[in-house]
Write a protein that binds this ligand. Structure first.
Ligand code: ARG
Length: 286
């Protein structure tokens, strides 16, 4: 990662953004036609055109911030393919492919594998169920991993074997927060600052997982339920700029106080499927 010259200093805390490479997939075939999480209700109509406009807005924000955005070709019939974060976990040029829990999403695996292998790097196919960055979050020296709804604990060990980074298993307990990336976000991965900074909603985690997070990140930003319920933690940070659902106003204020630059986006259509900015964004870590 290259440090870019954008700095912000609030309360003596300097936040440095670094340019990122993101993989996104346009919601050309987006729909809510089945129910695999607590947010999805096929009886509620979805405005696909609006979903596309909201997604375009998200992409425009990344480009304005100077990030690189690659596109995955949407496949007809794959209504959830817009949630590109779920397709893999990529660190240091190694891609650990997803293996989806639900058959409705399984065909997405091949699309991701094809793109990732065509764009260099090593691709490791998963033996165990895991939903990529939906359940894996990355800091400088470890991987935080969710389980309870989608990703199997065996995949956490598999990821540890693939990347040689310690993987910390965290149990999710609230069905609204079925993926780790709905309950926790890495604000600063610590690559430049030397110290990772995260935000999370404690209520999404088992009591033991809450104690683990407490110990590992005593200074973490603990987020209120209302902000988490607005999918505020489904955020994408470049170390300084934090793109999050605009409805999470309390979180945006707390981020600004911590020296970050919150950028609110409206992802209301994609929220009908349980997704926000992060779900739409897979980071390709060179
Ligand atoms: N409808 C999708 C599912 O339930 C939403 C996935 C959201 N992605 C995420 N990274 N949380 O699988």
């Amino acid at each position: 990662m290259r440090p870019s010259p954008v700095l912000s200093e609030v309360d003596g805390r300097t936040r440095v953004s670094t340019t990122r490479h993101y993989l996104m997939c346009p919601p050309a075939h987006f729909a809510v036609s089945y129910t695999i999480n607590a947010w999805m209700n096929p009886a509620v109509p979805v405005d696909r055109e609006l979903a596309v406009a909201q997604w375009e807005q998200l992409r425009a924000v990344y480009l304005e911030l100077g990030h690189r955005v690659s596109l995955l070709e949407p496949v007809p019939g794959l209504a959830d393919m817009v949630f590109a974060a779920n397709g893999a976990l990529v660190i240091g040029g190694i891609a650990y492919g997803a293996r989806f829990r639900h058959p409705e999403r399984s065909p997405e695996e091949a699309a991701h594998r094809e793109w990732l292998t065509a764009h260099g790097g090593r691709f490791v196919a998963a033996e165990h169920v895991n939903e990529g960055e939906g359940d894996f979050a990355v800091t400088r020296d470890r991987v935080l991993a969710g389980t309870g709804f989608r990703t199997e604990p065996a995949a956490h060990l598999e990821a540890q074997e693939v990347f040689g980074l310690p993987v910390v298993s965290l149990r999710l307990v609230d069905p609204r927060f079925y993926h780790l990336d709905t309950a926790l976000t890495v604000l600063d991965d610590g690559v430049h600052s030397g110290r990772a900074d995260i935000a999370y909603y404690p209520g999404a985690f088992s009591a033991a997982a809450q104690r683990v997070l407490d110990r590992m990140f005593p200074d973490a930003l603990r987020v209120a339920e209302a902000d988490a319920a607005a999918l505020g933690l489904n955020a994408v940070s470049d170390g300084r700029n934090v793109v999050l659902p605009e409805q999470a106003t309390g979180l945006a204020a707390a981020l600004a106080e911590r020296g970050y630059h919150p950028i609110g986006v409206d992802m209301s259509e994609l929220a009908k499927s349980g997704g926000g900015p992060k779900c739409c964004t897979q980071e390709i870590r060179a």
